[in-house]
Design a binder for this molecule. Structure first.
Ligand code: XUL
Length: 512
């Protein structure tokens, strides 16, 4: 059988990535990769880290036209790359979750901006939806998550209340993933359960809209929502204009999903018991679940997974931007950041940081408020270690509800190339940490999902184990192992961190 080529795309908060893979006799290899950053590639939109400026720090929006322009640029670059695309069989993609795009009946934007996952301006709408549906526990049981401010349902409700005319003029509401998939097919793409479960609108068990939640969210919402199809669905073929651009055949387009659910595939979490940590704009920790185990404590969510299973996930807003804030505050580059990490001991002599530079999702911190314990802001190495330790301890503490005690953590995301950061992860979790050859798991997951969906549609299905074997299995060499003494230090410090965190949230702990 001739080799097949598959394209994966990932539209994240800060940029667009592409990876092209070649599959020959069941073996996969990377052919081509490319990344672009929105701020630099599309400067006319004036975003900072992919987000438009706002006077209200709870409001975080972006411009959907920028995402489309970036897609256009990416496909032009690929078309001009010299790579032979005559055997491109399928494309899939992923995108930042929860963001919503509003279109009128001519598929033009009925709202010029799209609220994104960093937005935390819908507390009122979360409370209204929760009350209408009988409380947080009911909502969590039914949709996988209690109401969260960035989730699409509360965002849609806010828009319908504040801009009723523009809402009235809206005939379709897409997620970022289905909006970009629509561009590829020049049509109206459906959603799939992985991304649709981040809306507070989908019934996790039936994988279809939950009518009560739809009714409680906004008037006339049902007709504005796309259909939900299984993740592996072929949703159309690549539109002729793109075929011409890429000199490729009418490739299948497989439903796009959210970046986290795509990363389930890209980090090879196709069996229960494996755990991945993604250190990106958001830091996330997730694992596959055959049956949904909902978090009653409210720190985590259950989404659909592309395999047809479920995934448990906990999300932190203060990820890479918090690490950069600390790095930049002391004029460091990443090498200098690493040197500072290596020059300080595990446990940091008890110096702690709660890196809430932006309102935090986990734990719920409504106002941006960095807190320090026994830590002088002028202490450069102390702050560098404290931000990383704080993030790792929060990841470990707030993911306990998932009930997974992995021996090996699959690390991905931009910061996962930094072995000094990963050493802190290994020590805090008391587990080995493994890296991947392809750093962007969401993007790789999209290419692998394209392969899987195409094979299924062609009547020659491949198992997830086979799909993930070559590229989504963590490297066995160079694994980072926990230090015995460091792990002991963190076992204690994690308790202190959790207690201080609770005190800060109650307002009973003062900064130093
Ligand atoms: C997931 C979440 C973030 C975004 C980042 O719930 O809000 O991880 O998907 O792109």
């Amino acid at each position: 059988m001739a080799p097949n080529v598959y394209l994966g795309l990932d539209s994240s908060t800060q940029g667009l990535a592409a990876v092209l893979i070649r599959v020959d006799a069941g073996r996969a290899e990377v052919l081509w990769q490319h990344d672009l950053e929105f701020d630099r590639a599309c400067p006319e939109f004036g975003t900072i880290h992919g987000v438009l400026a706002s006077t209200d720090r709870h409001v975080k929006v972006s411009n959907p036209r920028m995402w489309v322009q970036a897609l256009d640029q990416m496909l032009t670059t690929l078309g001009q790359s010299g790579v032979d695309l005559s055997s491109l069989r399928a494309i899939s993609g992923s995108a930042q979750q929860h963001g919503s795009v509003y279109l009128d009946d001519r598929s033009e934007l009925s709202r010029p901006v799209a609220p994104i996952w960093m937005d935390s301006s819908t507390s009122e709408e979360c409370a209204e939806i929760t009350q209408a549906l009988g409380g947080s526990a009911v909502l969590a049981q039914r949709t996988g998550s209690r109401a969260f401010e960035r989730f699409t349902g509360p965002q849609i409700r806010k828009f319908s209340k504040l801009e009723p005319a523009a809402y009235g003029n809206t005939s379709r509401i897409h997620l970022v993933s289905s909006y970009l998939a629509s561009q590829l097919i020049d049509g109206d793409a459906p959603l799939e359960p992985g991304d649709a479960s981040g809306m507070n609108l989908m019934d996790l068990k039936t994988r279809d809209w939950w009518p009560a939640a739809v009714a409680a969210t906004a008037p006339g919402l049902a007709s504005r929502l796309p259909r939900i199809v299984p993740s592996h669905s072929v949703i159309g073929t690549l539109a002729p204009r793109w075929q011409a651009r890429l000199s490729c055949p009418p490739a299948r387009v497989i439903a796009w999903t959210g970046d986290n659910s795509s990363s389930v595939i890209g980090t090879g979490l196709v069996e229960e018991g494996r755990v991945a940590v993604s250190l990106g704009t958001s830091d996330t920790i997730f694992s596959l679940m055959h049956e949904p185990r909902v978090d009653t404590g409210g720190a985590g969510y259950v989404f659909g997974a592309p395999t047809g299973d479920y995934m448990g996930i906990t999300v932190f807003k203060n990820g890479s931007l918090a690490r950069e804030r600390v790095r930049d505050a002391y004029g460091l580059d990443w090498d200098g950041f690493s040197v500072a990490l290596r020059s300080t001991p595990p446990g940091n002599h008890g110096r702690l940081m709660f890196p809430w530079f932006e309102p935090e999702i986990t734990p719920h911190v409504p106002g941006a408020d960095v807190r320090r314990v026994d830590l002088d802001p002028g202490d450069m190495p102390g702050n560098v270690r404290a931000v990383v330790e704080g993030q790792m301890m929060a990841l470990a503490n707030y993911s306990q509800w998932m009930g997974v005690h992995a021996q090996v953590i699959h690390a991905t995301g931009g910061a996962a190339i930094n072995r000094d950061i990963l050493q802190v992860m290994a020590d805090v979790f008391d587990a080995e940490v493994a890296q991947f050859e392809v750093g962007n798991a969401a993007c790789l997951g999209a290419a692998l999902r394209a392969w899987h969906g195409d094979a299924l549609a062609a009547g020659t299905p491949v198992s997830w184990a086979d799909v993930t074997r070559d590229l989504a299995t963590p490297t066995s060499v160079g694994r980072i192992t926990p230090g015995r003494e460091a792990a002991r230090v963190y076992a204690q410090l994690r308790r202190r961190y959790a207690e201080a965190s609770v005190q800060f949230l109650r307002g009973t702990h003062d900064d130093d």
